[in-house]
Write a protein of this length. Structure first.
Length: 467
């Protein structure tokens, strides 16, 4: 996804007049929206999530070598060595190798060849989704290990396909990296309400079965039958290529504020990169880095620097709207906490306020105020005297007051830009996506885009023809 964005940013800056560009991709085909992999797992054609088909590369004069893994770079001779034994020269190399799923060393998980046994899957690529959906049918049982974003998403899709699904999560509450225990509990209730079983505070100790996996044993000794085992236990930066190329690697590939490694001519960005000790696991920082790197490499703004990303996530987790930003808990004694708990709806909203400014927020089940909160958090604007009013500002502020708020967080599209696009004729969510990119990232703002169109597009006047 990072490379896809970098290629677009290059196009906007005339980068293809400066560089002859080759993209090496281990996966087959062009770029696709990994965030929407759930659609492929659900049964849709992979093409529906492809963002750059091979023709796009041809049209832009870019050589796409898909299905080609790069083994190493020889950074002295400036050559790229690929797995098929070929070697190609380069002037500048950019690594955007992403992340790889963590596979816990569970007993019975791997066969004698070291590969995952039939029935065990990770959830990272189109290939994983196709293999998983071909392996299962309605009525099968699935155990998903990991109650974070990916695990819950996989669980929902599989449950919607008629599987009996249990999520096993090591922490006491779900999505504990983004939600406090109340938020995680509310989310857990909604997930169970959707028909998915949750075993929180438990770990899988071993997998069993003969030819293929047929169940797992939990740490309390319980045995759960499972035709399918989905491992969604987190990711770590993919650094095998960087290591083989003797690039500086810590948790990720170490880069500075221009996304350069210490080896001249080699840059890295995206989930594989480590900047100021931090690696990222969502797409917004990856895209911010792509913009900086394009400015540096195309010379359009060579003094620009990447200073790190403020993290906020707005997600549709298994059908439940969730947003989270900044701190999960107060950190200073003077921090104030505001919470609204709606027991009946299993909805939850929480703000953490420091000196009149928002330092953390989480919303479960009712995320209407996300855009306002993201703006307050991102810019550090002062909160209203009663901070809870920030949860309602999106309704009472009026069009002018809200015009600057960011509706699409992935592509940083403001309400003003959307209003302009609508008045220029974009009258559907798809048309808004084409003209502004809004809604084409994680897609969690699409409902809001629809509402905005509805409120602004006047129905065509009825035509009465007298005959
Ligand atoms: C199922 C799923 C749902 C997600 N949902 C969300 C969401 O809702 N919101 C959000 O913000 N983020 C989400 N993410 C995370 C998001 O997809 C990532 O942040 C994003 O893809 C990172 O982009 P990247 O370019 O760094 O890495 P990737 O998109 O992983 O791309 C890296 C590519 O490099 C290739 N590669 C690696 N090594 C080599 C090599 N040696 N030679 C050739 N090719 C190589 C890999 O095969 C891969 O195709 C989700 C991820 C998954 C898997």
């Amino acid at each position: 996804m990072g490379t896809c964005r970098l290629l677009d940013e290059f196009a906007q800056r005339g980068g293809y007049e400066l560089y002859e560009t080759t993209v090496f991709g281990e996966e087959i085909g062009g770029a696709y929206n990994r965030i929407q992999l759930g659609k492929v797992l659900a049964g849709e054609a992979p093409d529906t999530i492809v963002t750059k088909p091979p023709e796009w590369y041809d049209q832009h004069g870019i050589r796409l070598l898909s299905g080609t893994r790069v083994k190493s770079l020889d950074t002295l001779r400036r050559t790229v060595e690929t797995e098929d034994g070929r070697s190609r020269g380069y002037d500048l190399a950019v690594l955007a190798t992403g992340s790889q799923p963590l596979v816990p060393p569970l007993e019975g998980m791997r066969g004698e060849d070291g590969e995952l046994r039939p029935g065990a899957f990770v959830y990272r690529t189109i290939g994983d989704c196709i293999r998983m959906r071909e392996y299962t049918r309605a009525g099968d049982s699935a155990v998903v290990v990991g109650g974070g974003l990916l695990g819950l998403e996989a669980a929902k899709v599989l449950s919607d396909r008629g599987l009996h699904v249990t999520v096993v999560h090591v922490a006491k509450t779900l999505m504990n990296a983004q939600l406090d225990s109340t938020g995680g509990t509310m989310l857990g209730r909604q997930i169970e309400h959707a028909g998915i079983f949750v075993r929180a505070g438990r770990t899988v100790e071993a997998a069993y079965g003969d030819e293929r996996i047929s169940g797992v044993i939990l740490d309390d000794g319980t045995s759960l039958p499972a035709d399918l085992l989905v491992l969604a236990c987190g990711v770590r930066p993919r650094v095998d290529l960087a290591r083989a190329s003797k690039l500086p690697v810590n948790k990720g590939i170490v880069v500075n504020d221009t996304l350069a490694t210490s080896v001249p001519g080699v840059y890295a960005f995206g989930e594989c990169a480590e900047h100021k000790g931090k690696t990222y696991g969502i797409v917004a920082p990856v895209w911010e880095q792509a913009c900086v790197l394009a400015d540096v490499l195309c010379g359009t703004n060579p003094q620009v620097r990447y200073r790190g990303s403020k993290l906020y996530t707005r997600l549709k987790v298994a059908g439940v709207d969730v947003a989270s930003m900044g701190s999960l808990e107060p950190e200073l004694e003077s921090d104030q906490v505001f919470q609204i708990i709606e027991e009946r709806r299993s909805a939850y909203r929480k703000l953490i306020v420091r000196d009149g400014h928002l330092v953390g927020a989480m919303l479960v089940g009712n995320t209407a105020a996300t855009a306002t909160l993201v703006q307050l958090f991102d810019r550090g604007d002062p909160l209203p005297e009663d901070p809870l009013e920030a949860l309602c500002q999106f309704r009472g502020g009026g069009a002018a007051a809200n015009a600057d708020r960011q509706v699409c967080n992935c592509h940083k599209v403001s309400e003003r830009a959307l209003r302009d696009a609508i008045s220029n004729g974009a009258d559907s969510v798809e048309a808004l996506g084409e003209s502004t990119k809004a809604g084409t990232g994680c897609g969690s703002c699409k409902t809001e885009l629809g509402q905005l169109i509805k409120s602004l597009v006047k129905p065509a006047p009825a035509l009465e023809v007298a005959s």
